[in-house]
Design a protein around this ligand. Structure first.
Ligand SMILES: *Cc1c(COP(=O)(O)O)cnc(C)c1O
Length: 365
């Protein structure tokens, strides 16, 4: 006999495909799909083939291991690794036809050595640090590289790339500054195209979209334009199952440390979702569950496996019913505001214990 987990996460792959098309239609260049971190927690093995079926031919992951997972699922598409390579990994890249983003001189040396070993040219993207001080060639490394071009022998640079640090804030001066720096860098590699925009970058001036945009979050329904209505389709719904219902007297405390107490006769629904499922403890006393659209305030501490909601006065609510924790009444961006984080963290934290239901799955290979 098998038991299904009580709470259900619904992931609408058709909406993800529609979001990709919507983003791709915003510019003339190509549009990749960023599927790092298991497609922002939603399941790369489902998302990547769906994007491929929608027409996406370029994929980015963060890690080599993630790229190896999706490689067999995306046909002849290009698979690129944002974090590039560590010593010993070059052969794994070349064998599986995975393209690294090279962000330092040591990585360039590893990939050039692999090209020498194989006796053929190997493709790569070349990342410049234009402001984030995280990954990418520094100004000093850039100077060394372009004063000694033999370092690039055997490597064909398909794109130069950089990452915007304030793309969601139109008009932020760093956007223009980073654009200027990457164009100067690109001028040193005339054969290379440009990869610049993330999700929010596609909503800046047209020039930021570049030859190869790299949206992630917007594919998954996170609003890339925080000051404006979300132009994307919603993707996730989370329904938390009520596994206990009780009526309590005024003054009764609920949950660890009694951080909430009833002020009136109250009905409390205990839902089988907690911080171990990525429903953050910082949501304590801050969020709502919804029953048929009626809000039920989250009361008391979110604990590891359980969260309590005040469902006083909600008619027709029974044991075994579910509360909407993410969905039309509470988007990942809404829950993020309540938890003092961003929609990205809400999605990537979604736990492994949910029953996952995919809408529009392409047949899995
Ligand atoms: C994660 C990431 C992206 C995707 O960013 P979103 O804001 O999710 O669209 C693009 N480029 C790089 C370098 C990244 O690390």
């Amino acid at each position: 006999m098998s038991f299904t987990p009580p709470s259900q996460l619904t992931i609408d792959l058709d909406a993800i495909a529609a979001n990709w098309r919507l983003l791709a239609a915003r510019h003339v260049g190509q549009t990749a799909g960023v599927v790092k971190a298991n497609a922002y927690g939603l399941g790369a093995a489902y998302v990547a083939p769906k994007l491929f079926a929608a027409g996406c031919r370029n994929f980015f992951t963060a890690h080599l291991s993630e790229a190896l997972t999706i490689r067999p699922l995306v046909g002849d598409a290009t698979v690129m690794v944002l974090h590039g390579m560590l010593p010993g990994e070059a052969v794994e890249f070349s064998q599986h036809g995975i393209i690294p983003v090279l962000s330092s001189l040591p990585e360039i040396a590893l990939w050039a050595a692999e090209a020498r070993r194989l006796g053929r040219k190997l493709p790569a993207l070349l990342q410049a640090d234009t402001g984030m001080s995280r990954l990418g060639l520094s100004q000093a490394e850039t100077n060394i590289l372009f004063n000694n071009r033999a370092l690039l022998d055997g490597i064909s640079i398909t794109h130069v790339m950089t990452h915007l640090m304030n793309a969601e804030i139109p008009g932020h001066p760093s956007n223009a500054a980073q654009y200027q720096r990457i164009r100067e860098f690109q001028a040193r590699v005339p054969e290379a195209k440009l990869s610049l925009a993330n999700s929010s970058g596609l909503f800046l001036e047209a020039k930021f979209a570049s030859d190869l945009a790299r949206p992630g979050a917007a594919l998954y329904g996170v609003n890339p334009t925080p000051e404006r209505p979300n132009p994307l389709n919603p993707v996730v719904q989370l329904h938390g199952r009520i596994i206990a219902l009780r009526d309590i007297e005024p003054g009764t405390e609920v949950g660890y440390n009694g951080v909430w107490a009833a002020r009136r006769p109250s009905r409390i629904a205990t839902v089988a979702v907690g911080y171990a499922d990525g429903y953050f403890r910082s949501l304590t006393n801050q969020a709502f569950g919804y029953f048929d659209g009626t809000p039920a305030p989250l009361v008391g501490r979110v604990s590891m496996d359980l969260t309590t909601f005040d469902v006083t006065g909600i008619a027709n609510l029974n044991l075994g019913d579910s509360l909407e924790l993410l969905g039309p009444h509470c988007t990942p961006d809404d829950l993020a505001r309540a938890a003092n984080t961003n929609g990205y963290e809400i999605l990537t934290a979604l736990g492994a214990r949910y029953q996952r239901h995919y809408i529009g799955a392409t047949p899995l290979k």
